[in-house]
Design a protein around this ligand. Structure first.
Ligand SMILES: NC(=O)c1ccc[n+]([C@@H]2O[C@H](COP(=O)([O-])OP(=O)(O)OC[C@H]3O[C@@H](n4cnc5c(N)ncnc54)[C@H](OP(=O)(O)O)[C@@H]3O)[C@@H](O)[C@H]2O)c1
Length: 320
């Protein structure tokens, strides 16, 4: 499988990053191992997790996903073949987000222990706490990089202002730079990223790995009406997509799915892989057939008329 360079780093990722928020949530350890085995056998090499995954699930406290990945890498002896992405800053029970130096240095040790590794390939600011000076956060990462515990850093969910301020501070103070950005972005949810940080990512040459690539499953076409929402524990979050624009997007996906003889999910992922604003989409799989759809997505060639059909169906109006 061809690899893609993540921004200015030396990291090479498969064209789809394996999302890990389902490990310890909708998948137990055994099921997670099966998905990871299948994905890696197919050639996918990058995993996106976070310390907080999957804290929201009944009985969890956070760290479950990292623990599963750590155990899997240990049992398979494949740490050096995996690009490990994890994140810091979410509420882990303290009641607020935190990207202060003290917190990051402690959280990184916890992640390393759960992942059973001595380094994180790409360490992300998961959420802004809107108060820690950007220099302090970047200074914490500098210490971790100097100690060999982190190779590169990235950011998710930062406002355009805080991302710009961080990039400026890196340049002015010789601090490490966010080299990869992780926005929520898919065929339905386009506007926030395209009108927000995308121009900064382009200007600054940041790699982009986008989450919710399948709009939590909506873009697979399995949810068409309200009665379909109980098809998964995640169904409740899909309701917002069941509008006229969502139906137009599904119609375009249906037509290209038939034309290319692959699933709608594969077409939705292929649109992202052909999109110049994205390096590699992140998507999570809970079944073998999902991993197969990811593989098919990497093989689909969308022509300009296909891209145009999807772009037009998902066009949004910019408020004046
Ligand atoms: N940085 C952030 O703040 C942030 C936030 C959210 C997520 N993320 C990352 O992004 C990753 C992906 O997010 P996500 O899992 O929430 O959303 P997603 O990738 O848009 O949706 C994945 C879900 O869609 C369903 N699915 C996948 N392939 C399918 C197929 N071929 N056919 C039918 N259904 C399919 C599965 O759900 P079912 O099991 O319900 O079928 C799967 O769990 C996460 O694992 C995480 O690593 C990051």
């Amino acid at each position: 499988m061809n690899k893609r360079k993540l921004g200015n780093t030396s990291l090479q990722t498969s064209p789809i990053v394996v999302g890990a928020n389902v490990f310890g949530w909708t998948l137990n350890e055994k099921e997670s191992f099966a998905i990871l085995d299948e994905a890696f056998e197919a050639g996918f090499n990058t995993i996106d997790t976070a310390d907080a995954y999957s804290r929201w699930a009944e009985g969890n406290k956070g760290g479950e996903s990292e623990t599963i990945i750590g155990q899997w890498m240990k049992e398979r002896g494949n740490r050096d073949q995996v690009v490990v992405i994890t994140k810091v800053g979410s509420d882990m029970g303290q009641g607020h987000k935190d990207i202060s130096e003290k917190y990051i240095l402690k959280a990184a040790e916890d992640s390393l222990r759960r992942l059973q590794t001595d380094h994180i390939d790409l360490y992300f600011t998961h959420w802004d706490d809107d108060k820690t000076p950007v220099e302090e956060t970047l200074g914490a990462y500098q210490k971790l990089i100097q100690a060999g515990k982190v190779r590169y850093i990235g950011a998710s969910n930062l406002s355009p202002e805080r991302l710009r301020a961080s990039l400026k501070a890196s340049q002015e103070h010789g601090l490490p730079r966010y080299e990869v950005f992780e926005p929520g972005y898919n065929l339905y949810d386009r506007q926030e990223y395209e009108q927000g940080v995308a121009p900064i990512c382009q200007e600054e040459g940041l790699g982009v790995i986008n989450y919710y690539a399948l709009a939590s499953g909506f873009l697979s076409g399995k949810y068409r009406q309200e009665e379909d929402l109980n098809k998964s524990v995640r169904g409740g979050g899909i309701k917002k997509y069941l509008d006229a624009r969502g139906q137009r997007i599904l119609a375009a996906l249906d037509s290209l799915s038939e034309k290319h003889a692959v699933s709608q999910a594969s077409i939705a992922l292929a649109w992202l892989m052909h999109n110049p604003l994205v390096t590699a989409p992140i998507a999570s799989a809970t079944k073998s057939k999902h991993v197969q759809a990811f593989t098919e997505a990497t093989q689909v060639v969308l022509r300009s008329e296909d891209m145009e059909l999807l772009d037009n169906a998902s066009a949004y109006t910019i408020p004046s």
